[in-house]
Write a protein that binds this ligand. Sequence first.
Ligand SMILES: [Fe+2]
Ligand SMILES: [Fe+2]
Length: 319
Amino acid sequence: MVTKTSELPARAAGRAGRDRTTDRGRTADPERIADRLLHSTAARSYDPELDIDWSAPREEGKLFLPEHRSTLYGTPLWDQLTPVQRRELGKHEAASVAGFGIWLECILMRLLAKLAYEEDPATRHVQYALAEMAEECRHSTMFARLIEWMGVPYYRPPRHVHALGRLLTTTAHGPAMWGAILIGEEITDRLQREMSADDSMQPIVRMVNRIHILEEARHIGFARAALTRSVARLPLYELPIQRGVLGRVAFIVARNLINPEVYRSVGLDPAQARRAALANPAHHETIRYGGEKIVAFLREAGMIGPPATRLWRKAHLID
Ligand SMILES: [Fe+2]
Ligand SMILES: [Fe+2]
C-alpha cells in the first residue's frame, strides 16, 4: 500500500498549509523569500526511496493517465482502441511525460548550479538554489523509478531538442531563464494536481504527483519572484530577445511532452498518430489547461508578446 502524504512520518508531517505557490502580497526581498522557503524545505520534504512503496504491484484496471488527457482522446484512432489498449497508451504517455520531466529537471539543476557557481553562497538565495537542486535530484530519481515501476521504456526528447537543452543551460539568463523553468514546472504541475485528486489513477502515480506538487510549490514561488525582479532590471532593447527565447521554449515543451514512439505500444503508426494528436482539439485543450496559470503570470510580467506571439499560439498555449 502507498502511504498518503498526509500520513507520512517525521520530517513530512504536521506543517500543512505553509507552502504557497506565489509570494504575492508578501515581501519582495529575495533573502526573506529564500529564508522562508529554506525553512519550509527543512520542515516538509520527501525521500521517494523511503516514502513510496515501490514493491506495490500495478493495480488492475487503474489508470496511469486520465483518459481525457491522452493525446488521441476523442479521435477516430481512439475509438478504434479497446479499453485495455487505451490504458496501455496512457501508461506510455505518462512515461513519456516523466522522461521529459527528467530532461527538464537536468536542465534546471544545471541552471541552479550556475547560479550557485556565480553568486554568493553565503546568501539565503543561493542556499535555497542548492536546496532546490537537491529536491530536483530526488524528483528525477523518483520519475526514473516510476518509469522502471511501470515497466515501460525511457522515452527521451528527440535529438535536436536534447541539443537545444544543452544550449539553453549555457546561454539562458534573465527572465527567459526563469520563465523557461516556470513553463516546465507549471504545465506539469497543473496536470499533476488534477491527477492527484483522481481516484481512478494508480495509487503510486498519485503519490508521485502529490510529492512533486508539494515540493514544486516552493520552486514555483522562488522562480516567480526571481522572474519579477529580473523583468524589472531588463533593458528595454533586450525584451524582444527574451520573449523570443521564452516563446521557443514554450513551443518545444508543448510539442515534446509526448514522444511519438509511445503509439507503437498499441500498434499505431507513430507518424500517423502524431498527426492525429496535433490536430486533436481535446489535446489542444489539455495544453491550454496545463499552461493557463503560467501564461497568465507571464502575460502580466510582459513576457508574452512580439516577436514570439505566433509560437505561443502555435503551441495552443494562447488563443
Ligand atoms: Fe521537480
Ligand atoms: Fe522544480
